[in-house]
Write a protein that binds this ligand. Structure first.
Ligand SMILES: [Zn+2]
Ligand SMILES: [Zn+2]
Length: 349
């Protein structure tokens, strides 16, 4: 198949098609990237299948994909941090760099952010993509493109652990053993947690979690929060100092509050229903700090260093691989829930 810039375009709900598009030229401060790997995220599958996540609604055709790595193929005017041929990972959110939140260093909360594959912004699942050079990071030789793509979900986990304040010797509970939960577990361990207990409703996911590093797991097979909380405390040898909710389930919001140690911190990453019930008396009387965690801030350099030094291993999380031409199969696989991370290779074969 010959093509110029084969791209995976979502036209409207459930209308994902591969089309050929012109290669984008880098503007000032941008680089053009010859894409190598793009991981499929839960959000990509959601936009494809439901057309919206909260108030982000697909109204115009857009490319999917925001977990990306590739090779710099052209450098725009004024770019000094990268050169042609550099192997890179892409941070998908480019903030305004001007507002109060950006200046506060909390650019993930910038109201004027461009974010790959979040409507109305287009993604990068294509042969070529252009991106702001200051949100593109050079990969060391020993970090693969797939690992480069995994930096995006790893960053979500890292930011959540930073929000929680995970520290040496801490006990951590992570609810939900999907890619984000697993990445949070990997980061918590690397940040010195003595034990990380993961919970999920699927025993197979928990088995996988133990294989890749969870120190213990608890199967949620009851509607009784206290019963699950007791099992987690036994598994960790005490109540978790830090809990991270990465499942989006109402049950786990309650579980997080109830299980966390008195005075501890509960961070919510998972996007579930817009409104959930919180056991507020328990929260107040035991001073549980509930914090939101949204995307990430300044995580690429740390994540790259941790992968390159071997302190975090994301390789086992990639369970399925497809070529760009097989995008539909890749999305069907991701939607079916088998495996953990589905990776698409965008290099022309
Ligand atoms: Zn993602
Ligand atoms: Zn801003």
């Amino acid at each position: 198949m010959t093509d110029t810039n084969l791209s995976a375009v979502l036209y409207k709900v459930q209308h994902l098609r591969l089309v050929d598009r012109p290669i984008p030229e880098p503007k000032q401060g941008e680089v053009q990237i010859s894409m190598r790997t793009v991981g499929i995220c839960g959000s990509d599958v959601h936009y494809w299948h439901s057309g919206a996540i909260g108030h982000f609604v697909v109204k115009a055709p857009m490319l999917l994909g925001h977990e990306c790595a590739g090779v710099v193929s052209k450098v725009g005017e004024g770019v000094t941090n990268l050169k042609e041929g550099d192997r890179v990972a892409i941070e998908p959110g480019v903030p305004c760099r001007q507002c109060e939140l950006c200046k506060d260093g909390r650019y993930n909360l910038c109201p004027d952010v461009f974010f790959l594959a979040t409507p109305p912004d287009s993604g990068a699942l294509a042969r070529y993509h252009t991106h702001a050079a200051d949100f593109v990071f050079k990969l060391p030789d020993n970090v693969s493109f797939e690992e480069g793509s995994m930096i995006e979900p790893l960053s979500v986990g890292l930011h959540a652990c930073r929000r929680a304040g995970v520290k040496l010797g801490g006990r951590v509970m992570v609810c939900g053993a999907g890619p984000i939960g697993l990445c949070a577990m990997l980061c918590a361990k690397a940040m010195g947690a003595a034990g990380v207990c993961m919970t999920d409703i699927d025993p197979k996911r928990l088995e996988f979690a133990r294989k890749v590093g969870a120190t213990s797991t608890v199967l949620v097979d009851t509607k009784d929060v206290e019963e699950v909380a007791a099992k987690v405390r036994v598994a960790l040898g005490g109540a978790p100092d830090f809990s991270i909710e990465a499942s989006g389930a109402q049950f786990c919001v309650e579980l997080g509050v109830v299980t966390t140690k008195t005075g501890g911190t509960f961070v919510v990453v998972g996007h579930g229903p817009t409104h959930v019930q919180i056991p507020i008396v328990n929260t107040v009387a035991r001073e549980i700090a509930i914090k939101g965690s949204f995307r990430y801030v300044n995580t690429w350099p740390a994540a790259i260093a941790m992968i390159s030094s071997g302190k975090i291993n994301v390789k086992p999380l990639v369970t399925h691989r497809f070529q760009l031409e097989e995008t539909m199969d890749a999305f069907n696989t991701a939607k079916s829930g088998v495996g953990v991370k589905v990776m698409i290779n965008c290099e022309r074969q």
